[in-house]
Each structure stands twice: as C-alpha cells, then as structure tokens.
Ligand binder design. Structure first.
Ligand code: ADP
Ligand code: ADP
Ligand code: MG
Length: 450
C-alpha cells in the first residue's frame, strides 16, 4: 500500500479523498491555488504546495507543477478527484511515465471512453443499446441533414469531447440544424479544443440512470447498482438517488449487466460510471462513460456500505476486489442534494463570498461532505458547489422526509444557496411519485424564468 498520496484537486472532493487516506494510514499531499491558500483541506494535509494563480489554467491544470510537487514530496500516487485533470489521458500518462500511480483507469481506456463518439461504438460492440444517432462524427451540414432525416427530428448535437453538461444543442428541423451544427462545432472547438460533433435522437422526457462500476487489475469487475440523476437543470445534476425509484427489476438487472459488459470490453479498471437515459417505456440507451469518481458517489456508498475512494486506492495499488458481485447488496434508499452557492431567484447566478455563519444538520443517516465552514470564503474562480447533503434511510419515503428536515436545518449565512430550491423539489408530488424526468425542473418549476 502507498505511504503518500497527492490529491490533484480542491474543495469538497479534495477533503473527501484526504479523509479516506487518513483512515487508511496514508499521508497526504495537497496542491492549491493562491485563492485556496487558507482552505481546510490544505491545512489538514501533511504537506501542501502552491501551484500558482487562482485561475485553474494557472494552477489545477498545470501538469508540470503537479508532477513536480509529487516528486518533491515523494508521493507514490495521485488521486485526480473529478473535473480538472481527472479525465485527461495525457496527464494520466505523464503520471505513469514519471513513476507515479494514477488512481484511475489506464490512459488507453480513458482516451477511448473519454471520446463520446468512440465510446458509443464500443457500446455497440459490447451489445449495449445506444440512442439512435449518426454513424460516427458528422463532418458538415449536408452529412448532418442526411443523418437527422434517418434518425428523425428533434435531434441533439453533441460534442464528442463534451462534458459537465456543456456542448449540447437541440435542432427541431432542417432549418435550425444548419445554424446549430455550425455553432456547435465552433463552441466545441473553443471549449474543448476539438470541433467533433455527432447526432443523437432527442429522447422525450427521459430519466438519467447511471451505473457505478469498479474493477481491479486482475480482471474482476463489479457493478454497485444504479443512481437516478434525473433531477437536472441545464443538463447538470441537482439531486441524485439510489436505487432508482421506478425501474422494473428486469430492466435494472439488464442495465447493470450492460455497464459491466461495456467496462469489460474496454479493459477497464478502477471506479467508473456508465450513464444511460431511460425512455418513458423503460427502454435504456447508453450515453457516456465517466472514467473517474463522480460527484454523486456517496449515495452508492450509503446503500452498498462500500467506501469507493478507499476501494479506488486499493485497486490502484494492485489489490484484488475484496467482494464478488453477489456480495453487493443495495440496502434502503439514499438521496444527495448538491448545495451550490447560487441564487435561484437570479437564474442561478453564482454567489461567491464569505460564509458568515453556518449550521450543519446531523442525526441518524445524515452525511454532509463539504470543505466549507463559518469564515470560509467561496472563491469566484471555480464551480459553485459548496457541499453535498446525503441521507440514508430504510425507505425512499423516509429518505425524502429526512432530507427535507435537513435542508430546513441547514443554515448558510452570508451567501445565497440552492438549499430552499432543493426543498421545493423534494416536496413536490412529482418528485415524491418518482416521475421526474431530465427536463422536469425547467418545464415545471422554472417555466417562467429560465
Ligand atoms: P458528475 O458526472 O460527477 O455528476 P459533473 O459531470 O457535473 O459531475 O462533473 C464534475 C465536475 O467536473 C463538475 O464540477 C463539472 O463542472 C466538471 N466538468 C466535467 N467535465 C467537464 C468538462 N469537459 N469541462 C469542464 N468542466 C467539466
Ligand atoms: P455530459 O458529458 O455533459 O454529462 P451526457 O451525454 O452525459 O453529457 O448528457 C447529459 C444530460 O443530457 C443527460 O443526463 C440527459 O439529461 C441529457 N441527454 C443526453 N443525451 C440525450 C438524448 N439523446 N436525449 C435527451 N436528453 C439527453
Ligand atoms: Mg454525463
């Protein structure tokens, strides 16, 4: 096992990884930007290195500085968290070339699965259903028109390098397709440095259901059941839960087995997520793989009792998975609310600033994963998530009641947060009934102002 791990990330996930390391008796090395100098995870680390200025291009994305910090501190492995360099196959490779273990899949698996269009064809090869779409990337408008006519409008134009809910556009007819294709390619080039786009049929009112997988370097791979992340705004998740509340058992089983098949086909190891959309008739279609730990991993930890970060570290170090598929039981119901420093009244505009006071809820089955505290200043440079409230209860009904209670108790003074908006969602009869689809928030709650 490792003696020392460097965490190439910030905020909540940096602290989450650090806590797992400490419990495993592993020393931790933090890296930080000038904007994060006083942060709790920097203080709690055994060693910490400043990477540079506040902007992520000057700090959290600087591969050379991160590798230097690992070498100087003698870290044997790097955990990349999520966002930033976590899905960067080049960084992954540089770590390995420098003799440092990257806690994640191989660069090759990461590269292939990270390209959404390539991942789509790998799904097809593994006999996993995909959303009807173009046969590979579309080069120009005429190719797009031909593909769209075969698929049928409306279609979704997706950037093959896209992520984080960015790089997607709907076209409802041939006319809107022309401008949409041009703009999508320009945007993809600007945002991801890769103009490649492909088309998918726009599935009406789908649910987003994803499967957590974990594999070791000895060919063992298991799924840890599914998460429903249908409560989204602008393709970004707000609430996640496990298990999915309305999935027939047979579909659930097929979905989870498809995810494992897909991972095996890619020679995948470490933690990963296979994302699907499920239509109104419970047909499921692969959309993408996230070759990293995800924001919403705690709901899976709560229902399975498996610490995913510790497991990631163990398999990276070469250990075998300590369980078999049949041992992984999903117990009770878990829900996570992302608490963002945003103002729902002002179109979810980010609200950085100083937290003057804070009260964090507790009690049976309650977990708050956050790096924030009274006196902490949320910097304006990064994403606005300040914490994740997670509850685990015997039933979904009880989990909802517990989450509503916790959201009422949570107090964050000095900045605006999404906590009240989350409460509105949880109390809504559609959410309680489990019928929310990925456009529900915008259609039902924000119809007048978004
Ligand atoms: P998850 O898939 O883990 O639920 P997200 O897709 O929201 O979470 O991504 C995790 C974090 O990484 C978020 O902060 C998101 O903004 C960021 N992120 C993911 N992919 C990209 C990308 N390609 N470009 C910029 N940010 C990204
Ligand atoms: P990202 O890499 O940005 O996470 P995804 O491909 O995972 O992109 O899609 C993000 C979200 O967009 C999904 O959770 C779903 O809400 C919506 N979405 C993706 N593909 C489709 C589709 N073909 N039809 C309808 N909605 C879709
Ligand atoms: Mg996704």
């Amino acid at each position: 096992m490792y003696n020392r791990i460097l965490i190439a990330n910030r905020g909540e996930i940096a602290l989450r990884v650090m806590r797992a390391c400490k419990e495993m008796g592993i020393e931790t090395v933090a890296v930080f930007s000038e904007a994060d100098r006083g942060a709790s995870y920097v203080q709690l680390a055994d060693e910490a290195y400043c990477l540079g200025g506040p902007r992520s291009v000057d700090s959290y994305l600087k591969i050379r500085e991160i590798i230097a910090a690992a070498e100087v501190s003698g870290a044997e492995a790097i955990h990349p968290g999520f966002g930033f360099l976590s899905e960067n196959a080049h960084f992954n490779e540089v770590c390995r070339d420098s003799g440092i273990d990257f806690i994640g899949p191989t660069p090759d698996a990461m590269q292939k699965l990270g390209d959404k269009n390539t991942a789509r064809s790998m799904a097809v090869n593994s006999k996993v259903p995909v959303v009807p779409g173009s046969d590979g990337l579309v080069e120009d408008y005429s190719a797009a028109v031909k593909a769209a006519k075969d698929i049928g409008f409306p279609v979704l134009i997706k950037a093959t390098a896209g992520g984080g809910g960015k790089g997607m556009r709907i076209a409802t007819d041939e006319k809107t397709l022309e401008t949409a294709i041009e703009q999508a390619m320009l945007e993809a080039q600007a945002a991801f440095g890769n103009p490649g786009v492909y088309l998918e049929k726009f599935v009406d009112r789908p649910r987003h259901v994803e499967v957590q997988i974990i594999g070791d370097q000895h060919g063992n791979i298991c799924h840890l059941w599914e998460r429903d992340c249908s409560t989204q705004r602008r393709h970004q998740k707000l609430i996640e839960e496990s298990p999915s509340s309305r999935l027939p058992d047979k579909v659930r089983k097929e979905l989870c087995e498809s995810a494992v098949r897909m991972a095996k086909g890619a020679d995948y190891y470490n933690a990963g997520t296979v994302e699907f959309i499920v239509d109104q008739s419970d047909n499921f279609y692969f959309i993408e793989v996230n070759a990293r730990i995800q924001v919403e991993h705690p709901v899976t930890e709560m229902v399975t009792g498996i610490d995913l970060i510790k497991q990631q570290i163990r398999v990276a170090a070469g250990e075998k998975l300590p369980f078999k598929q049949k041992d992984i039981v999903c117990r009770g119901a878990a829900i996570e609310c992302r608490i963002n420093a945003e103002d729902p009244e002002k179109n979810f505009q980010p609200c950085p600033g100083t937290i003057e006071g804070m009260f964090v809820p507790g009690g049976y089955g309650v977990r708050f994963d956050s790096h924030t505290h009274a006196g902490y200043t949320v910097p304006p440079y990064y994403d606005s998530m300040i914490g994740k409230l997670i509850v685990h209860q015997p039933t979904r009904e009880e989990a909802i009641a517990c989450m509503v209670r916790c959201l009422r108790e949570l107090r964050v003074k000095g900045i605006k947060t999404t906590a009240d908006f989350q409460q509105t969602i949880l109390k809504h009869p559609d959410f309680v009934a489990g019928t929310v689809d990925t456009k529900w928030v915008e259609r039902v709650l924000l119809a007048n102002n978004s």
